[in-house]
Design a binder for this molecule. Structure first.
Ligand SMILES: [Mg+2]
Length: 222
């Protein structure tokens, strides 16, 4: 047999996808040097349970992992790099826009272009929390898209939000997970076209669920 095929790449968003920001976190990331202290790192955001570990396992298994975040690069790159290093998450690349992105369309367009640019092989999966993330992963050709919804961010509207994310992938394999205190809320999953989420095999944190779904997609013959 020939040498092992290169494993597909995984693209992920940061805010509200691998970390949960504090109330001040969205500002803190733009304060020079804030990531130099533990308190500053925590202010920027706390990792979602299992997120860092899951991504590390994919990286160790040979999947290039790429962080693509709409944080504004001139002010946020240093703090973002320090946050990743502090949490021992070594990424194949960290992409950020050099100009501010003012709306969902601008974010989706920038992320699509960026992902197409960094993708050296097959794009296995994209994980994000915004409609623009899901649209970009789909447009860039991801085999699988995982959308995350925080119940606390959409009080009373989380079911609607789940449907929006699952549908934003427009026919590609996608699923959205509801995050309630870091766990997948039971009975609230929405499934996009053709994707049965590997939920029962990996109950627990959303990232364990996401990891199982990505692993399943990776194991399939493409
Ligand atoms: Mg986000």
């Amino acid at each position: 047999m020939s040498a092992r095929r290169a494993a597909g790449a995984i693209v992920f968003d940061m805010d509200e996808t691998i970390l949960r920001r504090s109330r001040l976190g969205r500002l803190a990331v733009y304060v020079p040097g804030v990531a130099s202290s533990k308190a500053g790192l925590d202010l920027i955001g706390q990792p979602l349970p299992g997120a860092v570990e899951a991504l590390r396992r994919f990286a160790e298994a040979g999947h290039p992992i790429h962080a693509v975040t709409a944080r504004w690069e001139p002010l946020a790159r240093s703090n973002t790099e320090k946050w990743l290093a502090a949490h021992k998450l070594e990424v194949a690349s960290l992409s950020m826009p050099s100009y501010p992105l003012h709306n969902g369309d601008a974010m989706a367009e920038w992320k699509t272009k960026t992902i197409r640019g960094i993708q050296c092989d097959q794009l296995l999966a994209g994980v994000g929390d915004r409609e623009s993330d899901v649209r970009a992963y789909g447009a860039a050709g991801a085999k699988l898209v995982v959308g995350m919804v925080h119940e606390s961010a959409f009080p009373g509207r989380s079911a609607e939000r789940l449907s929006t994310l699952a549908e934003a992938a427009n026919g590609i394999r996608a699923g959205a997970l509801l995050i309630s205190d870091g766990e997948v809320a039971p009975g609230t999953r929405k499934e996009g076209a053709g994707w049965t989420l590997a939920h029962d095999r990996a109950p627990g944190s959303v990232w364990r669920t996401a990891e199982a779904a990505i692993a399943e997609a990776a194991a399939e013959r493409s």
